[in-house]
Design a protein around this ligand. Sequence first.
Ligand code: SAM
Length: 280
Amino acid sequence: MKYFKETLYDAVCQEFRVDKMYFEQKTEHQHLMIFHNAMLGRVMTLDGIVQTTEADEFMYHEMLTHVPILAHGAVKKLLIIGGGDGGILREVLKHESIDVTQVEIDKAVIDMAIEYLPKHSDSAYDNPRANIVIDDGMAFVKNCSEKFDVIIVDGTDPIGPGEVLFTEDFYAQCKNCLNEGGVIVTQNGVPFLQIEEVKNTYQRLNQHYTDATFYTVAVPTYYGGLMTLAWATNNAELRNVSLDTLEQRFKSANLNSRYYNPAIHLAAFALPQYIVNQLD
Ligand code: SAM
């Protein structure tokens, strides 16, 4: 029986039994694998690191989308960087007022996710409100003349093509692509094992945004407990939206969510002290 062994860390790792291999290939940018596991459903890995599983993807995709969208309350244009599996795109398109541009560096991830991980995108790539661009997210924001209300960075870990998405220059360029009062949120690793990502991201965001912080979600297959999602905006009001207002927006959005709700939205910004200690 074959096992997938995650290679993100040297001293600790997790293994998933490979019950059926759907796809394995070195694409132009990274090593892509999609396989089935009896407990997790279909699993996607890139360069030996778990990206997403059918069993727990909803937790991550709902929190990285509905928190900024419902906090903002009037999103018309949204930019996704990365997100090739389509889970972020699927959740964003549930908000009918939003037009989405998604910039993904590796077309093979989209193509193979549509074929072998179909529940993630759930036909979102066919939606007329979705504009898909195959490009490096950094190159796109550097040359972008459009502006967006929300930017969601659903990148890999800062290894390989994903590394540039954690740089100060990238965050500065994203600011130029944000409308007045807009917000950027990003995948920012598991602080218990990647605390330097919190420290580095905070210092970099703080140079360009007046309200930089994190919120959290615990995704079982992102090994090590809580995951931090970075939040940065020049509109402090976005984090002062009341529970009542969020409840109203949540109700009218009719999301049928399985993880997100307004109470957990607000609670997610309450950070453990070991993370707060990095935010000086
Ligand atoms: N949720 C996952 C996580 O937290 O690790 C990430 C999922 S998604 C598969 C990550 C996507 O980022 C991949 O499709 C990868 O191709 C894309 N990506 C990596 N570097 C990129 C870059 N510089 N520009 C655009 N997309 C990039």
